[in-house]
Design a protein around this ligand. Sequence first.
Ligand code: CA
Length: 238
Amino acid sequence: MNNNKYKILLVEDECNIQNLIKTMLETADYQVILAQTCSSALTLYTSHLPDLILLDLGLPDKDGMYLLKKVREHSLTPVIILSARSEERDKVDALDFGANDYVTKPFGAAELLARVRTALRTNRCSAQEGKYPGGRFTLSDLVIDYDARQVFIKETEIRLTQTEYNIVAFLSGHCGKMMTYSAIIKAIWGYPDDGSIKKLQVNMANIRKKFGAQPGETNYIINELGVGYRMNGEKDGL
Ligand code: CA
């Protein structure tokens, strides 16, 4: 009966948060496997091979980062970090170590479920297509033609500079995943310098202006202040 359900490994040591998330996920028809420590999570991960992992960083035995690194040695299973506000720095590290996304506690069911759907979808796409570079990328009304280096929204070409195009293409190659400032800077300019973040922000502001980002419309690039950017196909205000 559970065969068609996505299996989610939930690693969280606080009972009330664990119960809350478990209920949210089961209501949305996911199958949930529970772990409260890093070591039990690793055992359950190996035996169940879940489709996605929700990972708290502050665990009683080891840091959640340990599990993330172990999983990333062999697999691209999507990992979403459940972070407390006090763990801001860890959140950025976790993204740089290959976590797909994070949610900051406390969060609502709609937000969590949207992140889970996006991470599962991204994983499916990249597993099937290997869509970058070469070929075309489509997300809602946004189309990127990688061979021609052209970007279209609703069939109208958006004129981008080379750098702006490179940033958009890079984010599209990691669609749905929050990319940290340092990951983007490294990919676009190589080694970072003092002005790198400012340079990135200026380019990004121009891209968003050219994309015509409007509240309530599909906002293709989401900025998380102090963390990075994510390309996403969901409407604003989930
Ligand atoms: Ca914890």
